[in-house]
Design a protein around this ligand. Structure first.
Ligand code: UDP
Ligand code: MG
Length: 332
């Protein structure tokens, strides 16, 4: 199949694959993407595998693929981290490597894709077609079903998107996954976001640009288990929310104000009551109630503020997003 017209230079596509303990999936993944690549005439596919501190044979497998690819025309690059830094760090490293490649020109398109074949590689062709036909900057996939996913997880995810879109200044599409193709301009914009605590779903939305969505049915992961526990997902959701929303801060401020005003009104009412009718029972119950209520409020508000300060502290340290241990990329 040929996408677009024939009379033009070959366009370059960087496939960026974050891998954490994916040894059992990598070969199948690579074969599947290579099949897709073979079908895309006029496009030059390269790979950037990010080994995110895997403890299994992932790196060995990647190296084997890279070696075998030397005889082929395909370029397979890899970066291996010194420990597990998380998928966000891996995606960032991949995009950075893509932008720095080809003497700093970068690939025409960079696509982020999971190694577990939950992101159908055939969609890459559709993404290229969408970008070239509509002239948009990015084409991203969203799953229309959450089949094969625990019910409770889907429910939490839905609630997260609702809250996020209601209270933050960016719009995150429900079901959006990190399977996305971008042109080099958008890749550069993303790399300009300097935060070390990265929340890509927010970053993709924040940088703007024209994004088109394509839909796909949820596929179960080829082998192994998802690395996300409900707890880690919850942490991720809270972090993402705090990164892109000031609503909790504003909300706690408002709440504090309302409670204070309420307390003053209550005091006045009590005073008037004592003056007018007098008091036969000393009202210490109401005092205890108020004390507990305010104590609770103060702790809650402080903890929200604490979350923000904690994030500021982490950002202020200016730590690198990841530490590279090994790589076959010489341009740096
Ligand atoms: N991944 C990673 N670092 C991590 C966790 C995951 O690079 O710390 C990679 C993983 O190898 C896979 C992708 O991110 O290619 C998605 O991970 P997973 O399948 O566990 O997430 P899910 O599909 O359940 O959202
Ligand atoms: Mg997966």
């Amino acid at each position: 199949m040929t996408i677009g017209e024939n009379t033009r230079e070959t366009r370059t596509v960087d496939i960026i694959v974050p891998c954490y303990n994916e040894a059992r999936n990598i070969d199948a993944f690579y074969d599947a993407v290579q099949k897709t690549a073979a079908a895309a005439e006029g496009y030059d596919f390269s790979y950037i595998f990010i080994d995110d501190g895997s403890t299994d044979e992932t790196l060995t497998m990647i190296k084997q693929i890279a070696e075998a690819a030397v005889t082929d025309v395909t370029t397979v690059r890899y970066i291996s981290f010194s420990r597990n830094f998380g998928k966000e760090a891996a995606m960032y490293a991949g995009l950075k490597a893509s932008a720095a490649s080809r003497e700093g020109r970068g690939a025409d398109y960079a696509v982020l894709i999971d190694a577990d074949l939950q992101h159908p590689p055939e969609l890459i062709l559709e993404m290229i077609r969408t970008i070239e036909e509509t002239g948009c900057d990015s084409c991203a996939a969203r799953r229309v079903s959450r089949k094969g996913e625990p019910k409770i997880r889907s429910a939490f995810a839905r609630a997260f998107y609702k809250i996020m879109n209601r209270f933050s200044d960016i719009e995150i599409v429900d079901g959006a996954v990190d399977f996305r193709m971008m042109n080099r301009q958008m890749v550069r914009a993303i790399l300009q976001m300097p935060e070390t605590q990265r929340f890509s779903k927010g970053i993709f939305a924040w940088v703007g640009f024209d994004t088109r969505w394509i839909e796909f049915e949820n596929v179960e992961r080829l082998s192994g288990e998802s690395k996300w526990s409900l707890w880690s997902l919850a942490r991720y959701a809270i972090a993402g929310f705090l990164d892109f929303a000031e609503a909790p801060l504003k909300f706690t401020g408002l709440l504090g104000g309302i409670i204070s005003v309420g307390a003053v009104i209550y005091l006045i009412v009590e005073l008037l009551k004592t003056l007018l009718v007098g008091k036969d029972v000393p009202g210490y119950e109401s005092l205890v109630c108020l004390l507990l209520f305010f104590g609770g409020m103060i702790i809650a508000i402080l903890s929200v503020i604490g979350e923000y300060i904690g994030r500021m502290y982490l950002e202020a340290k200016r730590r690198p997003v990841y530490i590279e241990k090994e790589s076959n990329i010489d341009e740096s």
